[in-house]
Design a protein around this ligand. Structure first.
Ligand code: SF4
Length: 424
């Protein structure tokens, strides 16, 4: 992996009001993201940090190296260039920033939020010609589905994907579906497919065509209730943990939740267990949220007896059960925002969001459960240099890195998304 500039990236403090001495999970976090754009290995690289141990499929989008003057520009120059281009573009462009983005990117966002909140914001900005989505690939696809066809959605770095979303491919889900169909008998309601928002548009369309639905981490319970009202079994992908945590909340016993591993024949499950299952859980996970452990919660409680622990439902079941609360990023933000001054919070979610919460609430003690700094490695691929590049190209009238969903996929995915909106 070559780079013109391997200057150390700045890692923000972890605790409110304190300078961090925490170690990071990968020395590659000190590299600039374009070091990975030049990767010529057998498969694309996700980048540094949390997702680095996950294998990117060969179909993962690759980002061509951006021009050298962006890669060589210092941080102050990049911010100046972004600001100048942004003011020239005015209201013709809307910039969306996911909570897990770095500070020097999210400061340019017109709206911040989680993936679905941002896509809905995009859909309301009908006057904008372009939507610059500072997030990851599946989010930009959802924005393209929900916005008018003439609006152009731009992802500043095409390699900003999601390792969890990549764990469910069209081919593997189709094989699973056919095998379940043969084993359990097809027909309406035999199995209802439910996909998490963190999935490719093609899988949202798969659900739309087969009586299925999309869910987010904030509405997964209501969506599963909707699905069980229409069928006796649910195939939930790609996040095993969100699926299981939601199944537990619905009171499903362990023997009615079965994991489907796409790498194994019949998902690695027995025919009997699949016949008995109510919830078939795709073996996929978020590399950021599966880093959190019960031991970290115990340590936080030992060191801060007054602490409240809140984690994201993409964490493993035992972590969610050991925490005081779990919820989507939006719920975590709201909970800490409403908490009493002086309260202490250990948070199990992505470090950029935790750092921002800590700074936003200096009257509370907010820290990340994981003492090792490990940001989402694909969100990390969006850097001010890419933002400057896409903005300056837009000023010149050129749209780079447009994310387009074809019409058939868009229509079918909309069916599944609209079912979700009707439920929630
Ligand atoms: S935090 Fe996890 S689920 Fe979210 S984009 Fe990163 S890898 Fe994907």
């Amino acid at each position: 992996m070559a780079s013109d500039n391997l200057a150390p990236a700045t890692l923000a403090p972890v605790e409110s009001g304190a300078t961090s001495t925490a170690e990071s999970c990968s020395s590659e976090l000190t590299w600039d993201p374009w070091a990975f754009d030049a990767d010529t290995g057998p498969t694309p690289s996700y980048g540094p940090g949390a997702s680095q141990w996950d294998e990117a499929p060969a179909t993962t989008p690759v980002q061509a190296e951006i021009p050298a003057d962006y890669r060589r520009a210092d941080p102050a120059e990049l911010q100046e260039r972004i600001g100048a281009a942004r003011s020239t573009l005015g209201t013709s462009v809307v910039v969306l920033g996911h909570h897990y983005q770095r500070d020097d990117v999210i400061r340019w966002a017109d709206f911040t939020g989680d993936s679905f909140k941002l896509s809905r914001q995009a859909a309301t900005r009908t006057g904008a010609d372009a939507i610059v989505f500072c997030g990851v690939h599946f989010m930009a696809e959802t924005a393209d589905i929900l916005t008018a066809p003439a609006q152009q959605v731009v992802l500043p770095n095409l390699a900003a994907g999601c390792s969890m979303a990549d764990m469910a491919t069209d081919a593997d889900v189709s094989v699973c579906w056919d095998q379940l169909d043969r084993l359990l008998g097809g027909g309406p309601g035999a199995v209802i497919p439910v996909t998490y928002m963190n999935s490719a548009a093609s899988l949202k369309a798969f659900c739309g065509r087969r009586g299925g639905i999309v869910c987010t981490s904030s509405n997964a319970r209501a969506v599963l209730e909707w699905a069980f009202a229409r069928g006796s079994r649910v195939l939930f992908f790609p996040d095993e943990h969100l699926g299981r945590n939601t199944g537990v909340k619905l009171g499903l016993p362990d023997d009615r939740m079965v994991v489907w591993d796409p790498a194994l024949p019949l998902g690695g499950a027995s025919e009997a267990s699949l016949r008995q299952a109510a919830l078939i859980l795709w073996k996929g996970w978020c590399s950021v949220h599966t880093r959190f452990t019960v031991e970290q919660i115990e340590r936080a409680r030992r060191e801060h007896p007054e602490v409240s622990v809140i984690v994201h439902p993409e964490c493993r079941r035992e972590v969610v059960e050991a925490a005081d609360a779990d919820g989507s990023t939006e719920r975590i933000i709201e909970t800490i925002g409403r908490a009493a001054p002086g309260s202490t919070w250990a948070v199990g979610t992505e470090i950029n969001l935790v750092n921002r919460l800590a700074r936003a609430h200096p009257d509370k003690r907010v820290f990340c459960l994981d003492p090792v700094i490990c940001p989402c490695s694909t969100m990390y691929r969006i850097h001010p240099a890419y933002l400057a590049w896409v903005f300056e190209r837009l000023v010149e009238g050129e749209v780079v890195n447009r994310i387009r969903v074809d019409e058939e996929t868009r229509n079918d995915a909309l069916v599944a998304l609209e079912r979700m909106l009707a439920v929630t």
